[in-house]
Design a protein around this ligand. Structure first.
Ligand code: MTE
Ligand code: HPA
Ligand code: MOS
Length: 750
């Protein structure tokens, strides 16, 4: 029986890169990073570091044989800084030593002199100084300028959402082994094995077929290893290639927190106009994204912000502008939701403010404007199989929301120092990579002579259970027991040109490729079975192991069939490729059909605050989530629960802070609070069932969308504060930490 990842985790038997036995002669590399946010390198003194016993070498930019570039977008995405440093924590050199301790100690002895230059840390200041990653983008629908005239209520304001640290349990790590003939074998904790392979080949100036990248599993990623695992692997490869010894790079928690990018903080300005019934007629928003020092994935993330500017609402007149601003922080990067949550937060702030002006509950406006079938998003695509209304309605019916609201009102009337509130959060998330070309995957399936099955594909397991879903697809397609199926490590020698495992489409893309490969093998097997059973291949099926003729079991079982197929020289391996059909986007008109489909859902988040202390609890979350026909219901439930808690953390406790020089202050888990078991609320999830012809076996992607339910936590807190202090005008600056709650409770509102 092949155990799944969940069982291995529970037994403590799953291995991660740092658990791999260390080979004799393994060297350890430690990056030397910039101690300032912006400046020119005047000199680098390596003498003291080189004098440390156990130091083997120290590598600088000039030691890179190929391109000093680890990104996809701009020249400044260097592996090692050469003349200019653009953020604190930017690698400048790599110390290679016989032990991890020596490497770290020697790294501390490298002296770099700088000529300091002015630095900027927030998006609005960067914008004012003209520091941008690219020109602004604008999505528009209808005519906002005209529409203001028809509005009865118009409110304007701003909203700011903060950064978020990924806090994957496994920190960034890579081990690289030199092979014969200038080859390298790379073990990297990356969501993008294909990118790690390509970048290492670029850095070392060699062909991609010299570099084999293998990923067994990650100890969490959440987007933080889509782009930002690459540099560490490239450093290890640089050292391993040069020294012809195995080399490991592994960051400790503090380094990982200080040196890697986070979720992008956004500052947004909004203007929203409604008629007197609460119908939203116009919405104008400008997003200022804090990209950090170099492009990384910021422009793709910015694009997704625009795609989700109107979330699950239909707004006939929209103008959304998005500007990626260059600051001197570590490059911010992918994080579950990929720019979508920031857009949704701004719109919910606008709705909240409009509701306050109209003296209605925000839920009234939310409900009144939910998207309906066929209504267009601001990029032209109409909503198809729209479930926005159904999720909202089912949430109300199944979880008896009117009664709960009544109970909250009663409670608040009877308690002066404790207040409760409930907020609703509908979501709508587009499924597909926004970069159309990434929507492809391939799979390689082998059936061995003993009937066991091996599946390789481009999906990286990071805790989201994608391997278990792939197993399910293979088992159902072949008609055999799941125990026979092993999903292999993700390896660039078996699967070429794989897209990152990201955008929630890991199972959609790789599952469909696996299905196609299994079908190909099945075709040959049916011919063999027909010969054995005396029928035509079309009459054959394999149903939970026995070979059936016209649906009735025959004497032949899977093992016999496979062995007959082998003896009759029938292929038992197949490769297949899948590309999502019908997705396209035209950036010159900002119109297209960028997503295969959308995932909908609605959450009700309840909170209780202590009005003396400012402390609070999220007391319950109820969700109706649009799940499709699940490939693994328990995994999907876990994804929804984990996503919500992560979203609540972003909106409430998790505050990333820097000092005036751009040094990260919150660089440990004592200073940076994340939700723990005690924080996590009761979460009740009901899945909306339904078909989804746009994904494998009618399933739906689940990884990212639930994070956005957490936004409801912010607005529930705002409502609870206003139940105590009705004059308080929220500034919409997330996270809503207990500190901010306390100040808001006693702010006079002037
Ligand atoms: N769940 C766990 N346990 N660990 C993770 O790192 N990453 C999330 C989500 N769920 C993540 C997770 C993110 S950001 C994405 S894009 C998806 O999983 C990626 O996997 P999928 O495409 O297979 O859903
Ligand atoms: N989502 C996540 N990762 C990505 C995307 C996306 O849409 N595009 C490129 N990388
Ligand atoms: Mo997820 S942010 O697309 O890795």
């Amino acid at each position: 029986m092949h155990a799944n990842d969940t069982d291995l985790h529970a037994q403590g038997a799953s291995t991660f890169i740092d658990d791999m036995p260390e080979p004799a002669g393994l060297l350890h590399a430690c990056p030397v990073v910039s101690g300032i946010a912006h400046g020119l390198i005047e000199s680098i003194d390596l003498n003291d570091a080189l004098a440390c016993p156990g130091v083997v070498t120290i590598l600088l930019a000039k030691d890179i044989p190929g391109g000093n570039n680890i990104g996809n977008v701009e020249a400044g995405e260097v592996l090692l800084a050469e003349q200019e440093v653009v953020y604190q924590g930017q690698p400048v050199a790599v110390v290679v030593a016989e032990s991890d301790a020596v490497a770290r100690q020697a790294a501390g002895l490298v002296r770099i002199c700088y000529k300091e230059l002015p630095a900027v840390f927030d998006a609005r200041t960067a914008h004012a100084q003209g520091l941008h990653i690219a020109p602004p983008r604008i999505f528009s629908l209808g005519d906002v300028d005209q529409a203001w005239r028809d509005c009865d209520v118009i409110v304007e304001g701003s909203a700011a959402s903060g950064a978020q640290e990924h806090v994957y349990l496994e920190t960034q790590v890579a081990v690289v082994y030199p092979l014969e003939n200038e080859g390298l074998k790379v073990f990297s904790a990356t969501q993008s094995p294909g990118m790690v392979q390509r970048v290492i080949a670029r850095v070392l100036d060699c062909a991609m077929n010299r570099v084999e990248v293998d990923v067994l599993r990650l100890g969490g990623a959440f987007g933080g290893k889509e782009e930002q695992a690459t540099g560490w692997a490239a450093m290890a490869a640089l050292a391993a290639g040069r020294l012809q010894k195995p080399v490991k790079v592994r960051l400790n928690r503090g380094e990982d927190m200080r040196w890697t990018g986070k979720r992008h903080p956004y500052d947004s300005d909004f203007k929203i106009g409604l008629d007197k019934t609460g119908r939203i007629l116009a919405y104008e928003v400008c997003f200022y994204q804090n990209a950090g020092a170099v492009a990384d994935l910021s422009l793709a993330i910015l694009e997704r912000t625009l795609f989700h500017a109107s979330n699950s609402y239909f707004i006939p007149n929209v103008r959304a502008t998005a500007i990626s601003c260059r600051t001197h922080l570590p490059p911010n990067t992918a994080f579950r939701g990929f720019g979508g949550p920031q857009a949704m937060f701004a719109l919910e702030a606008a709705i909240f403010k409009a509701a306050a002006a109209m003296h209605v509950d925000p839920a009234h406006i939310q409900r009144w404007n939910l998207l309906q079938e066929g209504q267009p998003f601001p990029y032209g695509m109409p909503a198809e199989n729209c479930r926005a209304q159904r999720c909202w309605q089912q949430l109300h019916d199944r979880f008896d929301l009117p009664r709960r609201q009544q109970a909250i009102d009663n409670f608040n009337a009877g308690h002066s120092l404790e207040k409760k509130a409930l907020a609703l959060m509908p979501i709508c998330f587009g499924i597909s990579f926004t970069a159309t070309f990434l929507n492809q995957a391939s799979a390689l399936v082998h059936v061995y002579a003993d009937g066991s099955v091996s599946v390789s594909c481009g999906a990286v397991e990071m805790g989201q259970g994608v391997k278990e879903k792939i197993r399910h697809v293979a088992a159902r397609t072949l008609g055999i027991d799941k125990a026979r199926i092993k999903v292999e490590s993700t390896n660039t020698a078996r699967i070429a040109n794989m897209s990152p495992t990201a955008a929630s489409v890991g199972a959609d893309l790789n599952g469909q490729a696996t299905l196609l490969a299994c079908q190909r093998i099945l075709q040959g097997l049916k011919t063999v079975a027909a010969r054995l059973a005396g029928g035509e291949p079309e009459q054959i099926s394999i149903e939970q192991e026995p070979v059936c003729l016209d649906g009735r079991p025959t004497a032949t079982g899977w093992n016999k069939l496979v062995s007959e197929a082998y003896l009759s020289r029938t292929p038992l391996s197949a490769h297949a490729h899948y590309a999502t059909p019908k997705v396209f986007f035209d950036r010159s008109t900002e119109r297209g059909r960028p997503f295969a489909y959308h995932v909908y859902g609605c959450a009700a988040v309840e909170v209780a605050i202590d009005c003396l202390r400012g402390t609070y609890r999220v007391t319950g979350v109820s969700i109706v989530h649009d799940g499709g026909r699940s490939l693994a219901p328990d995994i999907d439930r876990g994804q929804v629960e984990g996503g919500v808690v992560q979203g609540l953390g972003w909106m409430t406790l998790e505050e990333v802070r820097h000092d005036g020089q751009g040094r990260l202050l919150t660089d440990s888990l004592t200073a940076y609070k994340i939700p723990d078991l005690y924080f996590a609320p009761d979460i009740a999830v009901e899945f909306l069932d339904g078909d989804n012809p746009a994904a494998v076996m009618h399933s739906k992607a689940v990884g990212e969308p639930p994070l956005m339910y957490g936004i409801g936590g912010y607005f529930a807190l705002v409502k609870a504060i206003r139940a105590f202090n009705p004059d308080w005008q929220p500034g919409f600056s997330a996270p809503m930490t207990p500190e901010k709650v306390l100040l808001a409770l006693y702010e006079c509102g002037c």
